[in-house]
Design a protein around this ligand. Structure first.
Ligand SMILES: C[S@@+](CC[C@H](N)C(=O)[O-])C[C@H]1O[C@@H](n2cnc3c(N)ncnc32)[C@H](O)[C@@H]1O
Ligand code: SF4
Length: 372
């Protein structure tokens, strides 16, 4: 067993945004130190499952809201990796936090902007305003970060195509190395869905055109549309002939290439060989088990070879590089492949199979048709 990708979950946030469905806990600053110890205990228990670690992703929650002493302690004890990403909320990125991250070896920050439109930030119940996003971005730059990603959400209740155009322009004006643009997912039955039901339906009808707008603007600005919702700036060779950097999110590429990964923290998921386990979302249960030196309560799922192969193809088709034939063949329906190639939605290349540009806009429906 040797996972090369490590996910670390820091669940705490200063407040809860209405649309969020992640495992989070509000406030509890006095519990952050104890959580850090539990997390490090889980990592020690599982360390035999890690090989040479390539990427570490510290996500949340709001890792930059974590009590600074506890954050420093966690970062100091994580394995070294060539990409170490931390998720950040704009209002929490002070110069001190930016410097702490940098000094602790973090080399990539994913900043949750979501939108630059004040009234839409209010709909999402975000704490940060548009100027906080810009200020956080510049503080990160000043601290030396040369790999920053911005998260945007589209399909927000009350958002128009013109609002989205402005958001994309505001994001591009910051010249980030990477951008993620997600369509808003609103879980049925939540307070948010209840409050915005009719408008969410109207937005759902616009989603396809928003998606096209996002891809057009970002590729037009020179970003590589390397994954359904992800875009990386393409660098030219530097003045001294430096090798251009590959600015894709390498941790997430690990997921999309169906590689093994270890996740630690409350609610974290791991997939290693033929087993997937998910730590249960209860913070109290997590702290109690690790306090007793035991693994946290988990749901465990056994995955057979066919399921892992299918996942490899489903996730791989989100990327702009072909899924190699050796990996795709067993999962693909040959008649479906011929039909989708004729329709111009799928491309057969010498190396493998990939969705065409048009196919990528339809995405999951094409993938479902392609699989046996
Ligand atoms: C795990 S969240 C945490 C990031 C950070 N706490 C924040 O709020 O910016 C990572 C990203 O997922 C996206 N996200 C979260 N909830 C979403 C939802 N319901 N629909 C679409 N995207 C969502 C946001 O873009 C967010 O920046
Ligand atoms: S800050 Fe991020 S993780 Fe926390 S509730 Fe809001 S969206 Fe969710």
């Amino acid at each position: 067993m040797s996972a090369r990708h490590l996910y670390v979950h820091l669940p705490f946030c200063s407040h809860r945004c209405g649309y969020c469905d992640f495992v989070t806990a509000v406030g509890k600053i006095d519990e952050h130190g104890g959580y850090a110890e539990a997390l490090l205990a889980e990592l020690a228990l599982e360390s035999g499952k890690l090989g040479e670690v390539e990427t570490v992703f510290i996500g949340g929650g709001t890792p930059t809201y974590f009590e600074p002493g506890a954050l420093r302690r966690v970062l100091a004890l994580l394995p070294n990796a060539r990409e170490v990403t931390v998720e950040a909320n704009p209002e929490t990125v002070t110069s001190e936090v930016a410097a702490l991250l940098r000094e602790a070896g973090v080399n990539r920050v994913s900043l949750g902007a979501q939108t630059f439109e004040p009234r839409l930030l209010e709909v999402l119940e975000r704490v940060a305003g548009p100027d906080d996003v810009r200020a956080a971005f510049y503080r990160l730059r000043d601290a030396g970060f040369d790999n920053i990603s911005l998260d945007l959400i589209y399909g927000i209740p009350g958002q128009s195509a013109a609002d989205l155009e402005r958001d994309l322009a505001s994001a591009l004006a910051l010249d980030p190395e990477h951008l993620s643009a997600y369509e808003l997912e609103a879980k049925p039955g939540t307070r948010f869905t209840h409050a915005h039901g009719a408008e969410l339906k109207r937005q759902a009808d616009q989603m396809e055109s928003y998606f096209e707008l996002v891809v057009e603007r970002l590729t037009g600005a020179g970003y590589r549309w390397y994954e359904t919702a992800n875009f990386a700036r393409v660098e030219g060779a530097g003045d001294e002939g430096d090798v251009p950097r590959d600015l894709r999110a390498h941790h997430n590429l690990g997921y999309w290439l169906a590689r093994d990964y270890l996740g630690v923290g409350v609610g974290a998921v791991s997939t290693i060989e033929h087993r997937r386990w998910r730590n249960l979302p209860s913070l109290a249960g997590y702290l109690k088990a690790l306090g007793n030196g035991e693994a946290p309560p988990r749901e465990v799922e056994d995955l057979d070879q066919a399921t892992r192969a299918l996942e490899r193809v489903m996730l791989g088709l989100r990327l702009d590089e072909p899924v190699p034939w050796v990996e795709a063949e067993a999962a693909i329906d040959p008649a479906g492949l011929d039909r989708l190639v004729r329709l111009g939605l799928v491309e057969r290349t010498a190396d493998g199979v990939t969705l065409s540009r048009r196919g990528r806009f339809i995405g999951d429906a094409v993938t479902a048709d392609l699989l046996t």
